[in-house]
Design a binder for this molecule. Structure first.
Ligand SMILES: [Fe+2]
Length: 395
């Protein structure tokens, strides 16, 4: 995160004595990135964060990818996935590479354990549902459209509220950090006037609840290709206060202010986040291009060096036929893609779009996870042929 926050009680000076009412010391933890040169926070615990009574391997974290086939566009109808579970174990992985994994999850139950990702930041996009993400930094409430950014090493659990509708998540697990795009920020880290969002749009933890109790608490840690089980001898949410720049935060996609123009604007204007070898963009309802001769639909284009993933949230996506809510399309580097037949003509004269979608562009090739093939529309690659069929009929 790019700005300072503090919650709860902290001493006036870092690395000084900070005592509990009984006179004993709180335990100070510096939690930072990039070897003390990245962003960090300082947390004050009732108990040492190292007090673990048992450590064991829980399970291998194996993602089985499909065998290499012909280079082609892919369409996964993840809305057809009826599997349910909690917000971590319930993830169904769809795509991945060395830099990130993309999963969906139909969340119908709270996590009965705590979890932290020791490999990188996570981003949870809330397609549907409301609930809470409880973390060592405090609790964040989520609602539809929220991007929840959870920094590496943050212990958390997700508690959905089924009475407010089912929770459906798109999860991006990375091996790096998720930040706002650097070009939106000045040298002090403040978001600039041309940024499509600003600090007021971000929500940090709302409430810091402190649990000083002892007992047995299961924390699962994803790291190095395995899920590890660490049995804490105290509640992991025992923090009385913290301050710094590292903490979980939320940005709602409805707060993304679209950038529009007289003629078609390129995808980078939709950019919302970036990480190592990937960007995440938001396609939100917006007015179309206003040049009198303008074509609102995108042109055909080649991603010379990036794969492009779209997750369709809501609305009628202007350039695609056959996609549904929850559809994921993958347009790989190396071959061009673009609007479906008829969609260019359909877009002419249209004033606005209600589409809502999340795009993830990766700069290394993605692979399809084997279990995702159950949701694949295998004819998607050939869905642009209508143009040439029509052409052959008219010639
Ligand atoms: Fe594209």
């Amino acid at each position: 995160m790019a700005y300072y926050r503090r919650m709860g009680d902290i001493p006036g000076k870092r690395h000084t004595m900070f005592r509990k009412p009984d006179g004993t010391l709180y335990r100070e933890q510096v939690m930072g990135t990039k070897g003390f040169s990245g962003i960090q926070s300082i947390l004050y615990h009732h108990h040492p964060p190292t007090a673990v009574g048992k450590a064991e391997l829980h399970a291998a974290f194996d993602i089985e990818f499909e065998e290499q086939g012909a280079l082609r566009h892919r369409h996964l109808l993840t809305g057809d996935c009826t599997d349910t579970g909690d917000a971590v174990a319930g993830r169904r992985y769809m795509l991945g590479n060395e830099d990130l994994l993309i999963a969906v999850a139909n969340v119908d139950r709270p996590m009965d354990y705590f979890y932290r990702n020791g490999d990188g930041d996570e981003l949870l996009f809330v397609h549907e549902g409301e609930g809470a993400v409880e973390t060592m930094f405090g609790t964040l409430r989520y609602r539809p459209g929220d991007y929840i950014v959870i920094p590496i090493g943050t212990i958390y659990r997700v508690i959905p509220e089924p009475e407010r509708g089912r929770t459906k998540l798109l999860a991006v697990e990375t091996n790096s950090w998720i930040t706002t795009p650097k070009r939106y920020r000045n040298s002090h880290g403040q978001l600039l006037e041309h940024s499509p969002f600003c600090e007021r749009d971000f929500r940090g933890p709302e409430k810091l609840e402190t649990y000083a109790e002892l007992g047995e608490f299961e924390v699962r840690t994803k790291s190095r290709g395995y899920i590890h089980l660490h049995m804490f001898n105290h509640h992991p949410f025992d923090v009385v206060g913290w301050d710094g720049y590292l903490y979980p935060w939320i940005f709602n996609i409805a707060d993304f202010e679209p950038i529009t123009g007289r003629i078609h604007m390129p995808p980078p204007i939709h950019q919302t986040f970036e990480g190592n070898n990937f960007v995440i963009c938001s396609f939100v309802p917006r007015l179309y291009d206003y040049h009198p001769e303008g074509i609102p639909a995108p042109y055909f284009h080649s991603n010379v060096d990036s794969d492009e993933v779209l997750y369709y949230v809501r609305g009628n996506f202007m350039s695609r036929k056959g996609v549904k809510e929850g559809s994921i399309t993958l347009h790989p580097s190396g071959i061009p893609h673009g609007p479906h037949p008829g969609k260019i003509e359909d877009s002419i004269g249209k004033k606005e779009t209600t589409e809502l979608a999340v795009m993830i562009d990766t700069f290394r090739p993605l692979r399809v996870v084997k279990q995702a093939l159950a949701y694949e529309d295998s004819q998607y690659m050939y869905s642009w042929c209508a143009d040439s069929q029509e052409a052959s009929r008219t010639v």
